[in-house]
Design a protein around this ligand. Structure first.
Ligand code: GLC
Ligand code: GLC
Length: 821
């Protein structure tokens, strides 16, 4: 069952019915101002920080789902019939409905009673406002006399406070209505310098700003009294819940089309120029007035929409592929990089599953997001790296999260997730491979944002590595701390009180639990950093990193191999986790992927055995599960992982982010068939035909798909903001298709399914364009044996960087060789 289709030419997903299994979301905004928008116009907006600067309210977990949004009501003023052109919130019948989710815009169109309405929503580049363009057409053969009511519900800025502190908030709401513009100014009189505004290009017949007046007594969003009676109340909010609603009247001749523009924006004033006239409590509108004027002009909207389109054209031109598989092309060329941009911008802050309150920018998450995103906007990736590094602690450890508005580490969550610092190393090396920018290592960055503590980024990275080495456990393996990549493996927590955090409660003295995952990640990160050191001519540093990696490999081989796969951890009592000797949780996917990615066991058969075990024990038609068998009861010594019912989340769900590690591992062993087979199992586009099972958006990855032990096996959850995005893009583009930036060149190392005759790719890299044609002998499990660069035969499979501006033609031929496993 499908609820829409892909329009690849327009780069849109077209939703053809409003009642999708779950709200299918998109995002507006690319830099500072963001919105989340569903296929029925639900969602909210915020400036930079989903918690601290929330403009509008959205009710996560309401019933029905997805209330609070960018709504319009249309009303036929001759008979009083009214409807929402985006279906919500009236949910009445529509004669036609279509939602087009595109790249940073959404348009929703519908027909009802001979009136066609199309709403286009986007944030113009560089602005802190969103534009809504309503285009109404009268398809009747008589004149249509219509009313339009707009609607947003303002959030009182701090979303956590807004949803909890009612004793205060019911009394602080304030607005101004001037020249038809509704200004939301709660708390502006005192310590806030910012306000929101909601404007409309048409003269108003009326307005409302007090929610409960607009709705009328005992009514909901589906039947506001103002709309029903066809006339606003001109209410002025004082406390309670401020809203913005314009009322305009349109009289359209048969076939007439009219555009109306609404803008919803955010503005700040300098502290000493907040009020006008000075001494009053009235917002100084000198800065914002011209902005409003400019954006209410339809030509400006048209131009800005074109510019947004062009910017995506440019971003997506970094990599274009044409393969025999349409699901691959669609994800690689459009949706996967698009999702990477969203995760880069928003980390895990605001989605249908993330309230925007609990989590800021994750150190681990944001570092990984760079992997997929870096090619599109290297300069922004560079800045992010420096921001992340500035929250690092002098010990080399890292705050687990930081708040995007302040860029300060979050004390409530603190530090001690011992994998965190190593992700920074991987992010920096990915950035350097992409950009060739070695200067970044010399950038002076403080620790914990405190001035005076500045040190070159290279020193920060050095401390990332030291952090692990300073924290080795009884087997010479890294201590896990609060958790490693698997947030729910809390081996030092032992929580018996409900409500305690599994991540921050540490009640075990000593905390000697060790992580095989971090061990492997350390090996990978050390190799990467050694490469960087060598590039800088620092042979000593490189050798010492390699030596540390070798030592860790020895510890892994000695204490981390279970016979058929890699162990997961040692718990704080010295017991094994992820071993055939455990009754539950015998095999985990993460160490199998990470060890092979770090090259461990590749030459002695351990890697092949580990991946065979993954195939036998963890792989399902819906992807690779994280652990098997899942935990059927609470294990005090393991923590949160065992709190999830079997088959969900970390307890045996298909944790999508880990799947690409296994794909990459398969390519390292040369098995393109296995790698691509796994790739297709989690590819959202390939899963579109089973949307009634998958239920999430078919154009983006989800964090998790319920595993075999769950009642809803195959059902996805937590879509959009997940490390799955950047890792899937990395796996398919750099390892399966094998176009891989390295420090000294572009590696061309495809590992393809044997049935593919080849593919073509266009890669922009360090300013030059590489036009790549790959041929594969039919049925060969081939690797590159012949490489021709601009007509010249080249040894090996590395293409050296070409001057910026040049176009390089690369032809690679894959031929079979003796099997590597
Ligand atoms: C979530 C977190 C991520 C973590 C993963 C596994 O996706 O955002 O940081 O690694 O869960 O627990
Ligand atoms: C990660 C995990 C989730 C866990 C959370 C704790 O996001 O995916 O299962 O509850 O971390 O912070």
């Amino acid at each position: 069952m499908q609820y829409g289709y892909f329009d690849d030419d327009q780069r849109e997903y077209v939703v053809t019915q409003p009642d999708t299994p779950l709200p299918w979301m998109n995002y507006l905004g690319t830099e500072d101002h963001f919105g989340m928008i569903s296929n029925t116009a639900g969602g909210c907006s915020f400036y930079r920080d989903a918690r601290l600067r929330r403009l509008t309210r959205y009710r996560h977990n309401g019933a029905p789902f997805d209330l609070g949004g960018r709504y319009l009501y249309l009303r036929d003023d001759t008979d009083g019939d009214y409807w929402s052109p985006s279906w919500q919130p009236t949910r009445g019948p529509l004669d036609a409905y279509e939602c087009r989710h595109g790249l940073s815009y959404t348009s929703i169109s519908s027909e009802h009673g001979g009136v066609r309405a199309e709403m286009l929503y986007f944030v113009p580049l560089g602005e802190t406002l969103e534009v809504w363009r309503l285009r109404v057409r009268n398809d009747r053969d008589t004149r249509a006399d219509l009313s339009v009511f707009s609607l947003v519900e303002f959030c009182l800025w701090d979303a956590l406070d807004d949803s909890t502190n009612f004793q205060r908030n019911f009394s602080v709401g304030e607005v101004e209505i001037v020249d038809g513009v509704i200004y939301h100014k709660s708390e502006y009189r005192e310590r806030r310098n910012h306000f929101a505004y909601f404007a409309c290009s048409e003269p108003l017949a009326g307005f409302d700003t007090q929610r409960d007046v607009f709705l009328g007594p005992n009514r909901g969003w589906d039947s506001p009294l103002a709309v029903e009676r066809g006339c606003s109340f001109d209410s002025v909010a004082h406390g309670w819940a401020p809203i913005g609603s314009h009322h305009i009247r349109l009289s359209l001749a048969p076939s007439e089309t009219r555009d109306v523009v609404f803008i919803l924006g955010y503005s700040e004033n300098p502290t000493d120029a907040k009020f006008d006239p000075p001494g009053t409590q009235t917002i100084n509108k000198a800065r914002v007035r011209p902005v409003i004027e400019r954006w209410l002009a339809t030509e400006e909207v048209e131009r800005a929409f074109g510019a947004l389109h062009d910017s995506w054209e440019e971003l997506l031109s970094v990599l274009r592929v044409e393969t025999p598989d349409p699901d691959t092309d669609r994800m690689v060329n459009i949706w996967n990089p698009y999702q990477c941009m969203a995760t880069f911008n928003l980390s895990r802050s605001m989605s249908f599953y993330e309230s925007g309150i609990g989590r800021g920018m994750g150190f681990r998450d944001s570092s990984q997001d760079i992997l997929g995103f870096v090619g599109m906007v290297p300069a922004r990736a560079r800045q992010r790296i420096l921001d992340l590094a500035a929250t690092q602690l002098p010990s080399g450890g890292a705050y687990h999260q930081y708040q995007p508005l302040t860029k300060r580490g979050n004390d409530a969550i603190g530090s001690g997730f011992n994998d965190d610092p190593l992700w920074l190393v991987l992010a920096v090396s990915a950035y350097m491979k992409e950009s060739g920018d070695t200067g970044v290592l010399d950038e002076l960055v403080p620790y914990d944002n405190s001035s005076g503590s500045e040190a070159p980024l290279s020193e920060h990275l050095h401390r990332c590595i030291r952090y692990t080495l300073d924290r080795l456990g009884p087997h010479g393996l890294p201590l896990i701390g609060r958790a490693d990549w698997n947030d729910c493996l809390n081996l030092n927590c032992f929580s018996e009180s409900s409500g305690e955090s599994f991540q921050t409660t540490e009640n075990r003295e000593g905390g000697v639990a060790e992580s095989l995952f971090i061990a492997a990640q350390f090996v990978l990160a050390s190799h990467e950093l050694a490469g960087v050191a060598r590039l800088r001519g620092d042979g000593d540093e490189a050798s010492s990193l390699e030596a540390a990696a070798c030592k860790m490999v020895v510890a892994i081989e000695e204490h981390g191999w279970d016979g058929e796969w890699f162990l997961r951890a040692y718990d704080s009592l010295g017991g094994v986790v992820g071993s055939h000797s455990n009754a539950e949780g015998q095999i985990f996917a993460e160490p199998q992927g990470m060890c092979v990615m770090a090259g461990i066991g590749v030459s002695d058969g351990k890697a092949a055995a580990a991946l065979a075990s993954v195939r036998d024990r963890l792989a399902t038609e819906h992807g690779i599960m994280l652990v098997q068998p899942p935990f059927s009861r609470y294990h005090l010594e393991l923590g949160e992982i065992s709190t999830y019912p079997p088959g969900y989340k970390e307890n045996g769900g298909v944790f999508c982010q880990v799947n690409p590690w296994i794909m990459i591992a398969e390519t390292i062993l040369g098995d393109g068939e296995a790698a691509f087979d796994y790739y297709k199992r989690t590819n959202p586009s390939a899963r579109a035909p089973i949307s009634d099972v998958h239920r999430c958006e078919p154009y983006v990855y989800a964090q998790m798909i319920a595993g075999r032990d769950a009642a809803s096996f195959g059902e996805a959850k937590n879509s959009w903001l997940t490390g799955s995005a950047s890792w899937h893009l990395t796996a398919i583009s750099q390892w399966i298709l094998g176009v891989r930036p390295e420090l000294d060149g572009l590696r061309i190392d495809p590992v393809l399914p044997p049935t593919w005759p080849g593919f073509t790719a266009r890669r922009r890299w360090r300013g030059a364009t590489y036009e790549i044609v790959v041929h594969q002998e039919q049925g060969a499990k081939g690797r590159v044996r012949r490489l021709v660069v601009d007509g010249m035969s080249v040894e090996g499979n590395l293409v050296r960087p070409a001057p910026a501006g040049s176009t390089v033609k690369v032809e690679a031929t894959l031929e079979s060789a003796p099997p590597s496993r």
